[in-house]
Ligand binder design. Structure first.
Ligand code: GLU
Length: 417
């Protein structure tokens, strides 16, 4: 295995690759490659046994030219400052590619949540919310769930903010429970955009998704929802994985049933009628569609040479290194980038925020219809850029569209020193 790519350098490379096709000044591009500010803090939290635990945490506000900073908070032992910076940058271009009025941000706490009790996690979340309070707000910076966080954490952060501010401000954070100002359709939104992107891409490339074989790396919220919705289009899921390993059945794995099995047993490993595979074996299976839905750097340049899938639709953020992209472009493997394929999460976060601001709530049908319209329009814009500029791949096309939108916003408002 080659040395792990630094996600922040990967982001900068992706921006440079697209900038080569744009008529934008170098100094403006340089500005778009670095965050506006990064909070680094150490949270001191009392543990259940009375000891003090110290947890490093970050919030990066990358760019606010198109609106308030927007992006999730992840709880993971592997969180680093550079990772959070990269993830916040990807949010900028994600919001721009689907044309929702946000900039980009991201946060993370260096913690393995499975090592802590619920009461400890609540105190950690509230301690982070207290640190974030001066930075966030309904019109300032709006966090959301990410890896290992969900409705529970969002509810705690909202409650802490509202208590300290002595107000109600449900739009300060998205991904909340329905009972707490959340939106219908938010939990499934990321996987839904992955399905919609795959559907549009198969159609564009004149391939039939009905009967296509699919492998899904990562079976958390994004991966499991993408798998079941792609299965609903008539495709066959032949392999899925999580951090415990991968399972494979060439005749198909029931996407919903294996999720149920994971909920009951804690992992997909040992699911009935399957053969165990390693993570790399799953990523190099001969399938029509590969969906990486775990963490960054799942496929590096070396592994990309072994990939046999015809198409990759990225449900995770940053699962391919720039070297992998180069190899796959050379081998005519189509990659539908994260900033489109997982943009459903932030898009329905936007709907949640709109509903919170209006105190008027939508049906699930309305949420799903509006999401479909946004993803299909974004796909069409990406294809138009891809064809008009004769771009090497869909990632570059997505960045060309997104960077242009951010630059337009910057140019039309000018620079306040
Ligand atoms: N964490 C998700 C992402 O990476 C969702 C962000 C949001 O809803 O603001 O896109």
């Amino acid at each position: 295995m080659s040395q792990e790519a630094n996600p922040f350098e990967s982001l900068q490379e992706q921006i440079d690759d697209a900038a080569a096709y744009l008529d934008v000044r170098g100094d403006v591009i340089e500005r778009l490659k670095n965050p506006e500010r990064v909070l680094e803090t150490n949270l001191s939290v009392e543990m259940d046994d009375g000891d003090i635990g110290v947890f490093r945490a970050y919030r990066s506000q990358f760019n606010g030219d198109r609106g308030p900073y927007k992006g999730g908070i992840r709880y993971h032992p592997g969180v680093t400052r550079d990772e959070v910076k990269a993830l916040s940058g990807w949010m900028v271009y994600k919001c721009a590619v689907v044309d929702i009025p946000y900039g980009g941000g991201k946060g993370g706490i260096v913690i393995d949540p499975s090592d802590y009790s619920e009461t400890e996690l609540e105190r950690v979340s509230r301690a982070f919310a207290k640190e974030l309070r001066p930075l966030i707000g309904e019109d300032r910076d709006i966090p959301a769930p990410d890896v290992n966080t969900g409705q529970r954490e969002m509810n705690w952060i909202k409650d802490t903010y509202e208590t300290l501010e002595n107000t109600t401000a449900p739009g300060v954070i998205t991904g909340k429970a329905l009972s707490n100002g959340g939106s219908e359709g938010r939990v499934e939104a990321t996987g839904r955009s992955t399905m919609l992107t795959a559907r549009e891409a198969f159609d564009y490339l004149d391939r039939d998704i009905e009967g296509a074989t699919v492998a899904v790396q990562g079976y958390g919220n994004a991966g499991s929802v993408a798998a079941k919705l792609i299965e609903d289009l008539g495709a066959t899921v032949v392999a899925v994985s999580d951090s415990s390993g991968a399972v494979y059945n060439p005749d198909g794995i029931d996407a919903r049933d294996v999720k149920q099995f994971k909920n009951e047993t804690g992992s997909v490993s040992g699911y009935r009628d399957t053969e165990a595979l390693t993570n790399d074996e799953l990523l190099t299976l001969d399938v029509d569609l590969l969906v990486p839905a775990a963490l960054e750097n799942a496929i590096d340049g070396e592994l990309a040479r072994e990939v046999q899938a015809d198409m990759i639709v990225e449900a995770a953020n940053g699962p391919l290194t720039p070297e992998a992209d180069e190899v796959l472009t050379g081998r005519d493997v189509h990659v539908l980038p994260d900033i489109l394929a997982n943009a459903g999460g932030v898009t329905v976060s936007y709907f949640e925020w709109v509903q919170n601001r209006q105190r008027f709530y939508w049906t699930e049908e309305r949420v799903n219809d509006e999401l479909e319209r946004i993803i299909v329009d974004a796909f069409d814009n990406l294809v138009e850029a891809y064809e008009t500029h004769d771009l090497p791949n869909f990632r570059t096309a997505a960045y060309v569209v997104a960077i242009r939108r951010v630059v337009d916003a910057y140019d039309s408002s000018g620079n306040w020193p």
